[in-house]
Design a protein around this ligand. Sequence first.
Ligand code: BG6
Ligand code: MG
Length: 212
Amino acid sequence: MKYKAVIFDLDGVICHTDKYHYQAWKHVADELGIYFDETINNRLRGVSRMESFEIILERYSGTMTEEEKIRYTTEKNEVYKELLKNMSPDDLTDEVKETLYELRKMGLKLAIGSSSKNARFILERLGLGDFFDAISDGNNITNSKPDPEVFVKAASFVGEEPQNCLVVEDAKAGLQAAIAGGMDCAAIGDACESDLATWKLDSFEMLKKVVA
Ligand code: BG6
Ligand code: MG
């Protein structure tokens, strides 16, 4: 086996909460009259809530106090959490579920490395609340991706050296974070646009071949 542990990003990798992030930011951007589309949204992948808002504000002509920024990011999170309430184990595809169970059978440790502060709530909605060996998320980090902190902590939570870990990511910032942390990375979805990844996945189940 090439690796001892796999560290998964959550939003856009395990599930499609990336579309809910988009809808919630769109709500705030429309309220402020700021242009926002899917291409700009791709730059928010893996980036913290406040840093995401700063990217959206690049197209804002007015000024905004720190207090107002906190108000709008809180509003975004409220809209996002309402959307998350609709999630259920049906939002976990058979492909992702079966692949996760197969990777575990292969003896790999499985962890989450997500910038989100909502990660545990989402995993519970998906029926994966107790599944992973460790969860490193937005609540245990100071610096968000592309800083490697979230993955370095995930590796240490499962007791593995970075060189024995594979990170799975849909964000360029996530690939940069994995590399900065001394880990190999597999790109899926939007991250395949970047040439930074060790592996490019055509599908989630391709992971079984990559790790073998
Ligand atoms: C990442 C998403 O997983 O989490 C980002 O890709 C998001 O788009 C970040 O900004 C923080 O999420 P949350 O749920 O704490 O606002
Ligand atoms: Mg992601």
